[in-house]
Design a binder for this molecule. Structure first.
Ligand code: HEC
Length: 148
């Protein structure tokens, strides 16, 4: 009985490998991008946002090779789709001034509440792990940007 369950699981795992995820990165011009729009004024905050947020909140996702392994790829794709749906920094100029303020304030909140970057992500991407000081710096950046 146990052997049958194990074999069935193995077959399922093998079959799902035939349904890989597409490495989607919709085209978006640089002039629409949030980080680009900041120019060279906030190099540290810009780097942190790029390292810690852009894989899920932009159209410039770097897909590691393990995203080809299922069900891991589906799990990661759901985070990318969910993240882009909430805030997409690649389409920043499409947001209205009111939406921009709202997103910037939310960015501050998710950092304060330690909800972002997602734990499952920082675990696999050490450069996205922010120190206490970096997190504070980024919170201050979003706070200032969101109250302009
Ligand atoms: C591994 C993917 C991933 C990374 C990295 C990531 N996010 Fe997210 N983010 C998501 C997903 C998925 C959601 C939607 C589900 C949720 O709110 O938990 C989300 C939601 C959000 C929201 C909306 C919150 C709300 O209450 O609706 C904000 C704002 C946000 N992220 C900001 C950030 C910032 C800022 C960073 C970088 C410091 C970041 N995220 C890093 C995946 C990610």
């Amino acid at each position: 009985m146990k052997k049958k369950i194990f074999l069935a699981l193995l077959v399922v795992l093998l079959v799902i490998q035939f349904f890989p995820i597409k490495h989607e990165n919709p085209d978006s011009p640089a002039e629409k991008d949030f980080i680009v729009s900041l120019g060279s004024e906030y190099p540290e905050a810009q780097k942190m946002i790029k390292d810690a947020c852009y894989d899920c909140h932009s159209n410039n996702t770097v897909y590691p090779s393990y995203t080809r392994v299922q069900p891991l790829g589906w799990f990661i794709r759901s985070h990318i789709r969910g993240g882009r749906m909430k805030v997409n920094f690649s389409n920043w100029s499409d947001y209205s001034p009111k939406e921009k303020i709202h997103h910037l304030q939310e960015c501050k909140e998710v950092l304060e509440e330690n909800r972002m970057p997602m734990k499952s992500y920082t675990w696999m991407h050490p450069p996205s792990k922010l120190s206490k000081e970096q997190k504070q710096q980024l919170i201050s950046f979003f706070e200032a940007a969101g109250s302009k």
